[in-house]
Each structure stands twice: as C-alpha cells, then as structure tokens.
Design a protein around this ligand. Structure first.
Ligand SMILES: [Zn+2]
Length: 465
C-alpha cells in the first residue's frame, strides 16, 4: 500500500463509516488500517473527500491574482489608488488590468467610471466582480479604438481571446496553488475561449481534475468531430456546452420578469426562444450548461430545454427561481449549479436590495426540499468552498439556510454527479480516487468560520502544504 491515513474523523459522505483509508496507485483500496509505505496520522482532525468546485473561471482567476485584485477595495478611491500604483510600476504602453471591483460594497454605490481613471497614462481595463462589464480609461479606449468607456458581455469576452500575450501558464500555476490551499481537487471550468482547453492539455497537470465546459461558439466544430461530454480521462475531460442566456444582477443585465429598482429596465435575453431551443437541440446529446440568473432567463431555459434526467442538463447560478418554475425544473430533469457565495449579496442593504428594492436569498432550501439536485461552485467569488459552506449555513434569511452536511455534500458527492463522475469521486469509498482534504476540525461540531484546510491530497499525493 502507498499511503494510509488514520487516527481522525473520516466523513465518507456515504452511510458507511471508516476508521482509516488506505491508498494504492492513486485509488482508495480499503477503509482499514493496513501497513503502508507512508502513514499520515490525522491527530484527531477530519478527513473529507476533495472539494469539487462546479463553477470556476480558473485561468481568469489566475490572471486576476497576477494583476490588480480589487475585490476587497473598501471604497472607490482605494480601487483607483491600486490601479494607479500598478501603473507606476508598469511600462507606459502596457495594460493595467483590474479585476473584481464591486460597487455594492462601497459607500459610493456607483460604478468605476472612465473619469475616475483619467489620471492614469497606461491603458486600463477594470472588470466588475461579475465579469460582465468592464470600465476603460481614455488610453484604454484609444488602444481598443472605441468611443465608449464601458465594455459589456460579448465585447468583453472577445477581449479575453486577445490576451494571448499574457502569461496564461503562470496564471494557471498561480490558480493551482490557491486550489490546493483551499482543498479543491476537481473543478468544472468555464473558459470563454477554446485556448484554455488547449492550455490544460499542454500542462498535463495531474494535481487537479478538470472538467471543461466548452463555449457554445465552438458547437459546430464539436458536432463535426462528435466530441462528447465525458471524453478525456480522469484528469482532463470534456464537460458540457456552456451557453449564456442573460447577464448579471450587478450589471443589471440579468433578465427579469419585473423592472430593476427605479428603472425602466428588465435586463436582457441573449437569444429568442426559437434560437435557444435550436441551440439546445443542436447541443444534445452533450450536456448543456446554461447560465441563467434572472427568472425570465430561467423561464426560457426551462421552456427550451431538451427533457430527460439522463443528460443532467444544468442551469448555472439560477439565482431568481420562482415558485411556479420549481415543478417544471423537475419535469425537465434540470440540475442547478448554484453559488452559496452569492449569499454575501442578499442581506438587507446588499446588492439584491439595491437592485430589486428588497433583500432576498437564493432559494437553496426551497429547491432542495423540492428534491431538485443542487451542486455548488464558487464562480471564483471568492474561490473557497469553506467560505461558501459558511455562507450557506449562515444565509441572511433563515428559511433558506442549509445544514453544514448538506452544503458539504453539494461541494463533494453531488458535484461528482454533475459531471457524470459519481463512480470515481465525491465520496470516500473503495475504488474511488484518493482525493482528500484534511480539515482542522469536524464541521458537524466546530464553528464553521474557525475551520481551515490543513492538507490537500490529490491521487494519493500530498499537494498542500
Ligand atoms: Zn461564471
């Protein structure tokens, strides 16, 4: 045997208990304490299956970490100062890239504007936290040959493809280190371009299992070569076809059946019903992974989806599900890929309140009770399963809160189901991959906010610390 872990609490995420876990050739061999080349004494700590983050933008996150992270700027001025500071350290013709500003957390409560960045000589492009809108300063507008100070949706995604000059490999490694620190051993990634898939293939990384959702822009090519969900191996595989049907609440582009507060605006749908139905039909039998946030977008996805549980078709985010939509989501056999992290915006006075005039939670408890399969992902806002689990347990409105074990299942066992990999991962059972996280304490007993990741193991190999 290569490795044995013992002397701790083991949460197998099945109804079986275990005293130890023994590993050979990257797989769980037995749940007994047997002699092994390497022994890890858990010293009373808790072993769980590796986290599966079902919604990431992994390389973009690495880029953010390598550029200017604005996510924790306390006010608008601090965001501007950080960009100015980076500009002073950057050659004048080079871009200064900012990521993840969030005006809903600032006292100013307004977007960064081109005027705010007028003092910076370098071209600047700073993205909002949702990735659906970015502000450009004058130099940035000139560099891109445009007159408008903001980039939205498609225009912004296209910009991603032109950043080949950036060091994407470095971004990947930066993101990988964070994944290991956070206990993430599998991701379902959503790159905006096919180049990221090729990068993963080139890296041949065997320290993270990646399921890649391919952008709908390559659907014709996918069909031509009959590429199918599940192609690949346990490290890198084809996920579903990623389709956007609306924008985001922050950018006021999520499609609603009602108006945003104080505005004659209900957000926007990317496609007509006919267009979406034809795309989903064309993507079948591949799994479809459809971004839908507002209730109007969710309505459209329900109406246009090809029915059938076997496809495990997904709605990503599903933030504003209405009561009347719940039975129809079930009927179509849809699976919801949600972000407990978004509870950070649902409290009174938060982003949802600002946009809709009322605080509200994503309806996880309601949906779970209706027996709709839910899986969890971070959307890299921030990239941390423990943060998300804490949010789910402590949601601002009590009626949508989950128990810690429910939340943990959505970040492990359920996540494996979303990528058709429940036979190889998601629980601690004989025959499954040896991906584990060692937590400082048992989440069933200790205060979740005090628990941290102490060790991460992928394929039987310790990758963190
Ligand atoms: Zn996303």
């Amino acid at each position: 045997m290569d490795l044995v872990l013992h002397n701790g609490t083991i949460l197998t995420m099945t109804d079986k208990s275990a005293k130890a876990v023994a590993v050979r050739s990257g797989r769980i061999k037995t749940l007994e304490k047997v002699p092994a080349a390497k022994e890890i004494d858990l010293e009373g700590r808790t072993l769980i299956p590796g986290f599966i983050d079902c919604h990431t933008h992994f390389v973009s996150m690495g880029m953010k970490l390598a550029n200017v992270d604005l996510s924790d700027a306390r006010d608008l001025q601090e965001a501007v100062s950080r960009l100015e500071k980076r500009a002073t350290e950057t050659e004048k013709h080079k871009w200064v890239l900012g990521y993840s500003w969030d005006e809903s957390m600032w006292p100013e409560r307004r977007w960064l504007s081109p005027e705010d960045l007028a003092g910076i000589e370098n071209p600047v492009c700073a993205r909002r936290v949702d990735g659906h809108v970015a502000v450009l300063n004058l130099a940035g507008q000139k560099a891109l040959n445009r007159k408008e100070g903001y980039l939205f949706e498609e225009e912004l995604f296209r910009l991603n493809e032109t950043k080949a000059e950036q060091d994407t490999e470095k971004a990947f490694r930066t993101a990988l280190a964070l994944a290991h620190k956070e206990g993430v051993t599998s991701i379902h990634d959503n790159p905006m371009d096919i180049g990221t898939f090729l990068l993963y293939q080139k890296m041949r990384c065997e320290e993270l299992r990646i399921s890649v959702n391919l952008p709908v822009s390559v659907l014709d090519a996918v069909n031509q070569i009959k590429l199918r969900t599940g192609f690949g191996n346990e490290w890198l595989r084809v996920g579903g076809i990623k389709i956007f049907t609306d924008g985001s609440i922050g950018a006021k582009t999520a499609a609603l059946s009602f108006s945003y507060r104080n505005e004659d605006n209900k957000g926007l749908l990317v496609y007509s019903n006919e267009e979406l139905a034809s795309i989903l039909q064309k993507a079948h039998p591949n799994q479809t992974v459809v971004h839908a946030i507002g209730d109007r977008a969710i309505e459209q996805v329900i109406a246009c989806s090809v029915p059938g549980k076997e496809s495990r078709n997904r709605i990503e985010h599903a933030e504003l599900v209405r009561d009347d939509q719940i039975p129809r989501i079930k009927e179509k056999g849809l699976l919801l890929s949600m972000q407990p992290n978004f509870f950070q915006w649902s409290h009174p006075g938060g982003l949802y309140d600002d946009r809709f005039g009322t605080g509200m939670d994503n309806r996880m408890r309601t949906l779970r009770e209706a027996k709709i399969p839910i899986v969890f992902g971070s959307d890299c806002m921030p990239f941390s399963p423990l943060y998300g689990i804490e949010q789910a347990v402590r949601a601002p409105f009590e009626e949508q809160r989950l128990t810690v074990m429910e939340a943990l299942a959505m970040y492990t066992r359920e996540g494996a189901y979303a990528s058709f990999e429940e036979d190889i991962k998601g629980t601690i059972e004989e025959g499954k991959v040896a991906d584990f996280v060692v937590l400082s304490d048992d989440p069933r007993e200790a205060d979740i906010s005090s628990i941290h990741v102490e060790m991460t193991i992928v394929g039987g190999k310790v990758v963190y610390p």
